[in-house]
Every structure is written in structure tokens, then in C-alpha cells.
Design a protein around this ligand. Structure first.
Ligand code: ADP
Ligand code: GN1
Ligand code: MG
Length: 363
């Protein structure tokens, strides 16, 4: 159920057919997503969270640029795929010919074609899926390597880990909800690793690694896996596509693609990095991104897994201390539970780090 008049909102877009129904869909933490059926087609209808994305018009400008660029790449392929409309997000314009619709309450909505016969996985089932997903995200970076101009930054300092650490320290000082006393082990773990948080930015400043157009939210449930072929068919959730480092994307794949347990698992004994999944992610990513990464960029891939896991861990902890104002929560202490899985995963990555480095050096 939702409080939105979804039929009226659907009526704002140039969709085919008549509205049939719309239901909440997916497990994203930020936007409100609905699967909508009309008499002719399935669509995704999504309310952009404008508390987080404060410039939705600029965001949709990025979104359209990126989808069109990828569509152009697909169209130029030899033997262009007849299914190519499934391989990028096809934005449906409003009746004002804009890529969004503003409802009577001022909510920002967008609409795109629902990709059938494909799904996302909150937890990957096997290493073939890991390879396919990482290959798709690598191809996404590769496709965007020649995007003209620089995209708008939809959230400033999104993957600036020292700045995220600073936010956590401010939340600790404020202790707005009196929750600090519950989080000592998690906080100690994060603080003990402070020196590592600036490593990638230092490498960037030194000119060893380079800014590119990256996805920045490569949670494994942001790529659709084809039911039939098992291939990564379409990269979705383009809100944070903007300038970034390739490591942010690879790191988030390690964070979300290697553990057999969900991000909010309560039984921490189930959380850990499965080495075979890491290997598949690495091989998959290098199969499409390997040609544009330099030697130092490649060398830093295993480290990025640990860094991004800790970065998202600190964001969950910051949100818990601040009263759960950013990520959607579905139970008490949800953000703390999420933080705990990230700490456990980071620990598991540390334990296997030498082997990860060795494998990476051998590829
Ligand atoms: P959020 O920003 O909230 O994570 P997403 O854009 O990732 O929102 O969408 C939420 C979920 O909806 C995805 O994980 C995916 O399962 C599903 N989804 C999104 N877009 C499509 C699409 N075009 N076709 C099919 N499923 C989609
Ligand atoms: C959010 O939108 P979603 O659920 O794919 C968040 C990511 C976090 C992720 C943690 C815009 O992603 O940065 O890594 O939750 N997106 C934004 O699960 O903050
Ligand atoms: Mg998502």
C-alpha cells in the first residue's frame, strides 16, 4: 500500500496503454519504487528521494545522458542485439516532454520500462552470477569512458571516506539519541583504521589513479541478471553516476557480492567474505575494465573492498547515532545491525587480504 495516487502519477507520463496497477517493489534504501502494469507494458515508477538528492533536475539530466550514451554504444555493436531495449534504462518522458513528473504534492517521479525476465539478487547465489555482475559494472565504466563533459555531482563527497569518517565523529560528539554507549566495539574498530581512509585520495592526488565516470552504488542488487542466460543484462539505479574512482565500484561489489548473508543479518557467524566470490568478481571486472586500468589502479582493487565496506559501515553507524534519518529502516536498531555486518565482513577481508593480493597480482 502507499499514500500516493499512482494512477494519477502514471497519467503524467507518456506510457503505452491504460493503468492497471502498481505495487511497491525491490529492497532499495533510498527511493520509493513501484512496479506498474498498464494494459500494454510493465514499468518502474519511482519517487526520487529529494531529501537526499536535492537537485533532481540535474540528476535526471545525468540519468538521460548516461542512458543515451549506453544506448548509442549498444546500437553501434556489430549484429546489434534485438533485445537491446533491455540493456539500458529507457526513460519515459512526461507529457511536458521532461524526464520526470512532479505530482500535486511536489514529489518528483520518473518512469522507465520494466526489464522482464531478469532480476536482482540481494545475496548472490553462485560465482557465475558474481562474474556476470562484475563484468556488467566494468562494461558500464568502459562504456562511459568517452562520455563528453563531466557529469553533475548528485551528492558531494559521496565516496570521500575521510569526510564520511568526519561525519561519524560529529555524530559521536553530538550523540543526539544517547546511543553512543551501545556502539563502542564498532566505533573502536572503525577508529583503529583511520589512517587507511585517505589512501585512495592520496593516490589520486599523487596522480597514480584517475577519476572517471563511475556508478558509485554498485550494490549487487543494482544490476539485473538475465533469468535465461545468467548474464548481467542491465545496470540500474543511476542516481549516483558521476565522477569517481573505479575502486568505489569494485569495492562495493566486494562488500555486497561476497558474503552469503544479507546486509542486515543478525547472526554474524554467517557473515564473511567467500574467496571464490571475490575471485569471480575480480575476474569479471577485469574482463571489461582491465584494459583501461593502469597497474597501480589494478593493484588497489582488493584494498577497495575493505575500504568501501568500512565506509558504508561508518555511514550506517552515523545514521544510527543520528536517529535513522538517511537509510530506510524496517526495525529497531536496523542501521546498527547493518553496521555490524560490515565490520564482520571487513574483518574477514583483512584475514584473507594476503591471499586476495596474491591472486590479484597473478592475473
Ligand atoms: P533504490 O535507489 O531505492 O535502490 P532502484 O532503482 O535500485 O532503487 O530500484 C529498486 C529495485 O527495483 C531494484 O533493486 C530492482 O530489483 C528493481 N528495478 C529497478 N529498475 C528496474 C527495471 N528497469 N526493470 C526491472 N526491475 C527494476
Ligand atoms: C543505498 O539506493 P540503494 O539502496 O541502492 C545508498 C548506497 C549504500 C547502500 C547501502 C544514494 O543504496 O550508497 O551503499 O544504500 N545510496 C545512497 O546498502 O546513499
Ligand atoms: Mg538500488
Amino acid at each position: 500500500m502507499s499514500n500516493f495516487d499512482l494512477a494519477a502519477i502514471a497519467g503524467g507520463f507518456q506510457v503505452k496503454g491504460k493503468f492497471v496497477n502498481a505495487e511497491r517493489y525491490g529492497t532499495g534504501h533510498i527511493n520509493d519504487t513501484f512496479k506498474m502494469a498498464t494494459t500494454e507494458e510493465n514499468y518502474i515508477l519511482q519517487r526520487i528521494n529529494t531529501a537526499i538528492f536535492k537537485e533532481p533536475v540535474l540528476l535526471m539530466d545525468n540519468f538521460v545522458k548516461v542512458s543515451k550514451h549506453i544506448a548509442g554504444k549498444i546500437a553501434a555493436e556489430k549484429n546489434a542485439d534485438p533485445n537491446c531495449r533491455r540493456r539500458f534504462l529507457q526513460v519515459i518522458s512526461s507529457f511536458k516532454d521532461e524526464p520526470f513528473f512532479i505530482d500535486n504534492d511536489g514529489n518528483f517521479w520518473r518512469c522507465y520500462i520494466f526489464v522482464d525476465e531478469a532480476r536482482t539478487y540481494d545475496v548472490l547465489e553462485n560465482s557465475s552470477q558474481a562474474f556476470a555482475a562484475a563484468k556488467a559494472f566494468g562494461a558500464f565504466q568502459n562504456d562511459l569512458a568517452d562520455l563528453p563533459g563531466r557529469l553533475n555531482e548528485t551528492i558531494a563527497n559521496f565516496h570521500n571516506t575521510p569526510s564520511r569518517f568526519n561525519d561519524l565523529m560529529n555524530a559521536v560528539k553530538a550523540d543526539k539519541c544517547g546511543r553512543l554507549k551501545e556502539v563502542s566495539p564498532e566505533l573502536d574498530f572503525i577508529v583503529a583504521r583511520e589512517k587507511e581512509y585517505s589512501l585512495l585520495l592520496n593516490e589520486l592526488a599523487a596522480g597514480n589513479v584517475f577519476e572517471r565516470t563511475t556508478h558509485n552504488d554498485t550494490k549487487l542488487n543494482n544490476v539485473l541478471i538475465d533469468d535465461l542466460t545468467g548474464e548481467g543484462v542491465c545496470v540500474i539505479d543511476l542516481d549516483t553516476v558521476m565522477p569517481g574512482l573505479p575502486h568505489y565500484d569494485f569495492g562495493d561489489m566486494v562488500r555486497t557480492g561476497t558474503s552469503p548473508a544479507p546486509e542486515d543479518e543478525l547472526d554474524l557467524s554467517k557473515v564473511g567474505m567467500r574467496f571464490e566470490m571475490f575471485e569471480a568478481l575480480l575476474r569479471g571486472f577485469l574482463s571489461t575494465a582491465g584494459n583501461f586500468l593502469n597497474a597501480r589502479e589494478k593493484e588497489l582493487l582488493p584494498f577497495s573492498g575493505k575500504l568501501i565496506t568500512l565506509e558504508i559501515g561508518m555511514r550506517f553507524l552515523t545514521d544510527y547515532l543520528s536517529g535513522d534519518v538517511y537509510f530506510k529502516i524496517h526495525r529497531e536498531k536496523h542501521n546498527l545491525d547493518r553496521c555490524r555486518t560490515q565490520i564482520k565482513l571487513a574483518q574477514s577481508i583483512e584475514e584473507q587480504f594476503d591471499a586476495m593480493q596474491k591472486l590479484n597480482a597473478s592475473l
